[in-house]
Design a protein around this ligand. Structure first.
Ligand code: ADP
Ligand code: MG
Length: 385
């Protein structure tokens, strides 16, 4: 990727770029759709990267091109539209807009060439990857040297306000805080986090990309956010709570009566049980109990399928055949509606698992799944060229 980016930059600008930046993507082990409900999640950065080469300009223009997309964009820093009108460019350009909104001075223009091997719109958060990367680029190029959580917060503000997704902080934090071989236990109420070592013994996590494309902003993602808000408004009349994540599993029978609405109750049940699964997962991990870890993954998938209704046919099929081909635990990861899954399998069974799952899925849907080991890695990086 590095050479291709430098080659493209040289071809366009007839000089070499100043710096090379990279940002990983993420999986989420457990705690799905809990982030915007101010609950718990356990993500980790993984080693598929959005990279960029960057150079300073003498004017105030931002030029962006992506090797993954056709159209480049060139926009004056003083003139970035308040309304997103730039196709894929809404992601990076939204960051410059958000930085300006937050009072950061951006004294000169930049040339940025992006390139990525992160499967896009696949639930591994290519969006937070390019957003974090762009905040990081601005931070270094303009000399702000922002810390990881500030970078994540700006990227998150950009995704919610500029790109219109009512998402929580999970994706941006997971990527900015990425640490080799560590999962991040994230409390989305306080934004506090701790690094956790999850010892999987002779098992490993594998990522399965369904390659069913979806766009989150037009998917029912925002509808789920609204359903949770509706349930919260009702339940606030009965409980002293700030979010659905303040409720306990033992509250559920009473919540069912109070809501008197099957759909809203199922949404709440997912959030409440999913938060508990994060706690149980950490506990089982500390006890080295792989069977319980696997069961929690399976329970989470069932809850996302039946209660939250976000998995969909393809990810449900992948769940079933993963278990058939040796996974002991499997769940969709990320927001769902197509996207990706993670499976817990014995390391020595990886080739058998990959071959059979790939073949089976191809036969049924005529779609090539992407299957690779989840390699947990560090977050944002920069190198001078
Ligand atoms: P996810 O975050 O799960 O990959 P999203 O729908 O949230 O899916 O974000 C995907 C969008 O992010 C893409 O459609 C594209 O607009 C933008 N994007 C991500 N990575 C890149 C890239 N390398 N080049 C151009 N656009 C990108
Ligand atoms: Mg995204």
């Amino acid at each position: 990727m590095k050479n291709k980016l430098i080659y493209t930059y040289r071809n366009i600008f007839h000089k070499k770029p100043d710096k090379l930046f990279s940002s990983p993507c993420r999986i989420n082990l457990i705690g799905e759709h809990t982030d915007y409900n101010l609950g718990l999640a356990l993500p980790a950065a993984i080693s598929k990267y959005t990279s960029a080469v960057v150079g300073k300009r003498n004017d105030r223009k931002i030029y962006i091109r992506s090797l993954n997309k056709k159209d480049p964009y060139e926009v004056d820093l003083d003139n970035i539209s308040k309304i997103p009108t730039y196709g894929w460019g809404n992601y990076p350009l939204g960051v410059f807009y958000t930085l300006k909104e937050n009072g950061y001075k951006l004294p000169f223009g930049l040339n940025i060439i992006y390139g990525s091997n992160v499967p896009m719109a696949s639930g591994l958060s290519s969006s937070a990857s390019i957003l974090n990367l762009t905040v990081y680029i601005a931070s270094i190029m303009y000399g702000y040297n922002l810390d990881e959580t500030t970078i994540a917060n700006i990227a998150h503000e950009s995704e919610t306000k500029y790109n219109g997704l009512k998402c929580g902080i999970l994706d941006e934090y997971a990527i900015a805080l990425g640490k080799k071989d560590k999962c991040i236990l994230l409390d989305c109420k306080s934004n506090k986090y701790s690094y956790e070592s999850i010892d999987l013994k002779d098992y490993a996590l594998v990522v399965i990309v369904s390659n069913v494309k979806r766009s989150l902003t037009v998917s029912p993602y925002n509808k789920r956010v609204e359903e949770c808000q509706k349930a919260l408004t009702i339940l606030k009349g009965h409980y002293d709570i700030e979010s659905l994540s303040d409720l306990k599993v033992s509250d559920l029978p009473n919540i069912k009566t109070l809501l008197n609405d099957e759909i809203l109750f199922k949404r709440v049940r997912h959030i409440v049980t999913e938060n508990q699964r994060v706690r149980d997962f950490i506990k089982a991990s500390k006890e080295g109990d792989i069977t319980t870890l696997a069961n929690i993954l399976n329970k989470s998938h069932e809850s996302l399928k039946d209660d939250y209704e976000v998995s969909g046919e393809y990810l449900d099929y992948i769940h079933d055949i993963s278990l058939k081909y040796g996974a002991i635990g499997e769940r969709m990861t990320g927001a769902g509606f197509g996207g990706s899954s993670i499976a817990l399998i014995k390391k020595i069974d990886f080739s058998y698992f990959k071959e059979n799952l790939y073949k089976d899925y191809l036969e049924k849907y005529h779609i090539k799944a992407k299957i690779f080991p989840a390699n947990i890695c560090d977050g944002l990086k920069v190198k001078s060229l």
